[in-house]
Design a protein around this ligand. Structure first.
Ligand code: NDP
Length: 434
């Protein structure tokens, strides 16, 4: 706290991980002697820069750009860019920190990083977004490279933004290399990357359900958000026989007790990805309830999948969920559950899959995109989906291995923290004090 004053989200993330790791480190003194925990909590490099651009009216705008290069012990820095007005150093450091463990869990050779800007893409024209991305890249390009740092998308950074960013990188560097993931499939992208985080969080939930001999058939599922992760979680849950009854955005949530089926999801995708409209319009179109300025956790469900943003389930909401019969939580978003709410879920033995395990499918397929780029070939949908599914099952097994409680239940928080830590920590020991 003294080292990082005012960085609440970062402190929250480090504290959560440290709580699982400290007992483990006590039992494994090699990590303690080498101060691995202290080193892992300090970014290798932080890049902050000015992003000036000119809007459609000819006014000059100034935003701030960031890239946190957190850890490169097991591979190039890897992690998304977030464009959102709430972006600050604390949020990006927390995301970069989480990313290190998550990337390690995927079993692929990727270090951890995260970046972005306080730029708000909402209400901006395509040309404004392009000019912003070009200015952002004008600085960031010198820090990137296919073997150095490979960003991807996150909140506010989707296919459109990746295109503008990649185009500018290529122009400035005069090389066509896999320096971004989440690219379109015509120019180096991987099939299944858009689907990967939502599908992966669903596969992970399925593995958790299996520990009780169950599956998604007939399960009622509450999902928050309506962006990339939420959309494809909805698709996969529905495909597996579950019924998704909510979606949301930062304005409110819709409650559709009949379930958001394939056709309705198609409408949501058009509404959000093409029209860039609000989820409220769904309620008008399908004549269902819209709850303004509220989050979906007040509905009755078996499974909750927070897929919007950090700290979106608080302790009261966790209690309401459990009271209403929810017993599975699979985090599509990063750190969507507050520490008090996590503690409550753990105490109640909810099958609680934290983001660094449950949403690792996105970065896993990004890793597979890097592999395909290096080989200059493209795998089929089936091939990538199969690998994704296997990786999610392996992450679940890692959590079981390191997270088994005395009563036989699984502490996925502990399991994912220790499971993600060991590989990075061992690499750091091997590589000396650098
Ligand atoms: P998108 O930008 O596609 O969608 C974000 C959704 O969350 C939108 O519906 C947005 O609503 C809502 N949202 C964003 N900020 C807030 C807020 N402060 N309060 C309430 N709602 C909010 O992003 P993604 O779907 O890619 O990301 C969602 C989450 O998943 C993030 O936590 C991200 O870090 C995480 N994640 C994403 C991965 C990926 O591959 N994309 C990989 C791993 C994790 P609105 O339209 O109103 O802004």
């Amino acid at each position: 706290e003294m080292k990082n004053p005012g960085e609440e989200e970062f402190q929250q993330a480090v504290k959560e991980v440290a709580e699982s790791l400290i007992p483990f480190i006590e039992e494994n003194p090699q990590y303690k002697e080498a101060k691995v925990l202290e080193r892992i909590a300090e970014p290798e490099r932080m890049i902050l820069f000015r992003v000036p651009w000119v809007d459609d009216k000819g006014n000059i705008q100034v935003n701030r750009g960031y890239r946190i290069e957190m850890n490169s012990a097991i591979g190039p820095y890897k992690g998304g860019l977030r464009f959102h007005p709430t972006v600050n150093l604390s949020i990006l450091k927390f995301l970069a920190f989480e990313q290190v463990f998550k990337n390690s869990l995927t079993t692929l050779p990727m270090g951890g990083g995260k970046g972005g800007s306080d730029f708000d893409p909402k209400g901006k024209s395509d040309n404004e977004v392009m000019r912003f991305c070009q200015s952002f890249m004008n600085e960031l390009h010198r820090h990137l490279g296919p073997n150095t740092d490979v960003p991807a998308g996150d909140i506010g950074v989707g296919g459109r933004e990746i295109g503008f960013l990649f185009g500018m990188y290529k122009k400035l560097r005069n090389e066509f290399v896999g320096v971004f993931t989440g690219k379109a499939k015509e120019w180096g992208g991987s099939l299944i990357r858009p689907e990967a985080t939502g599908y992966g969080a669903t596969y992970f939930a399925e593995e958790m359900l299996k520990t009780r001999g169950e599956d998604f058939k007939g399960k009622v599922v509450a999902i928050s958000g309506s962006g990339n992760v939420a959309q494809f979680a909805t698709e996969k849950v529905t495909e597996m026989g579950g019924k998704v009854i909510t979606l949301s955005d930062s304005s409110g949530f819709i409650h559709d007790p009949n379930g958001i089926d394939k056709e309705k999801l198609k409408y949501v995708m058009h509404l959000k990805n093409v029209k860039r409209g609000r989820i409220k319009e769904y309620a008008n179109k399908y004549d269902v309830e819209y709850h303004d300025a509220q989050r979906p956790w007040i509905v009755k469900c078996d499974v909750a999948m927070p897929c919007a943003t950090q700290n979106e389930i608080n302790e009261d909401e966790a209690k309401t969920l459990v009271q209403n019969g929810c017993y599975v939580v699979s985090e599509g978003a990063n750190m969507p559950t507050t520490p008090e709410a996590v503690e409550y879920f753990q105490e109640k033995r909810v099958l609680y899959g934290p983001g660094k395990a449950a949403n690792a499918g996105g970065v896993a397929v990004s890793g597979l995109e890097m592999t395909q780029n290096s080989m200059r070939l493209a795998w089929t949908r089936e091939e990538v989906d199969k690998r994704l599914h296997t990786i999610m099952k392996d992450i679940h097994s890692t959590c079981v291995k390191f997270g088994k409680r005395d009563d036989g239940s699984i502490d996925y928080v502990k399991g994912s923290n220790i499971g993600g830590f060991v590989k990075v920590a061992d690499a750091m020991l091997d590589q000396g004090i650098v």
